[in-house]
Design a protein around this ligand. Structure first.
Ligand code: ADP
Ligand code: ADP
Length: 226
């Protein structure tokens, strides 16, 4: 099943900047696709197009079987950014329950689901902590838990581990792989500057070039174990 289908997509910003051009991309359910390329090659623009936060200037996008706007509103699409923005005055579990609250899910179920994903990211003893009491890696875990709580079919991560130290990064990479591995239907799109990270995590790598931004190649990553 194709979850993401971009055909001849182009984005020209109002100032005339051609951010991306001729982007064709098909991603099947269950893939883990990393986007690598120099700063300014349009990685964030592609993510904003897929999530419906910006309109294409030309081309077609089909995300989770509909248009990007519908995909975002369905609640089956989640995103995580580098600077894990948590509600500073809300504790960890309230932060994680928020997307379910916005969907009008009953409180008892919000709590159950939040507890489930906090356990997945190794934070079951931190429900009552406030974001400022947590390290950068723990804040990122909360942010990941919040994105997983809706059981997203499609998870977009824009350099989620870029600001973390090497050890924390490696731990979170392994946790992410383990979470993704448990759900054969979960599709992840991941932006990174780090080629090693891309190779380690992905089933496919979209190599981008700039001026204008394009997907130069979509490479299959061989599985390193039988
Ligand atoms: P990346 O995420 O790969 O760094 P971006 O998608 O952020 O690339 O940007 C692609 C190009 O479009 C860059 O040249 C950037 O400066 C430009 N750009 C991004 N957002 C805007 C905007 N809102 N208005 C004008 N130009 C933009
Ligand atoms: P990222 O770090 O994800 O590549 P940027 O720092 O390039 O993102 O962009 C952050 C914000 O600034 C975005 O909303 C983007 O649209 C806007 N932006 C980026 N480049 C330009 C630009 N050349 N002109 C106007 N806005 C821009």
């Amino acid at each position: 099943r194709t979850l993401v289908n971009l055909q001849q997509v182009e984005k020209i910003y109002p100032n005339g900047m051609i951010a991306v051009q001729d982007v064709n991309l098909k991603i099947k359910e269950g893939e883990f696709v990393s986007f690598v390329g120099p700063s300014g090659c349009g990685k964030s623009t592609i993510f904003r197009l897929i999530t419906g936060l910006t309109e294409p200037s030309a081309g077609r996008l089909e995300i989770l079987g509909g248009n990007p706007e519908a995909a975002r509103k369905s609640g089956r699409l989640s995103f995580v950014f580098q600077d894990a923005t948590l509600m500073p005055w809300c504790n960890v579990i309230d932060n994680v329950m928020l997307p379910l609250k916005l969907q009008g899910i009953p409180k008892i179920q919000q709590k159950e689901e939040a507890e489930r994903v906090l356990e997945l990211v190794g934070l079951k003893d931190y429900h009552k902590s406030l974001p400022r009491q947590l390290s950068g890696g723990m804040k990122m875990r909360v942010s990941i838990a919040r994105s997983l709580v809706v059981n997203p079919g499609l998870l977009l991560m824009d350099e989620p581990f870029g600001a973390l130290d090497e050890i924390t990064r490696q731990t979170l990479q392994q946790e992410l792989l383990s979470i993704w591995g448990k759900d054969p239907k979960m599709t992840v799109l991941f932006v990174t500057h780090n080629v090693f990270e891309a190779v380690y995590l992905s089933t496919k790598i979209a190599v981008m070039t700039s001026s204008p931004g394009k997907i130069a190649e979509l490479i299959d990553v061989p599985i390193p174990y039988p």
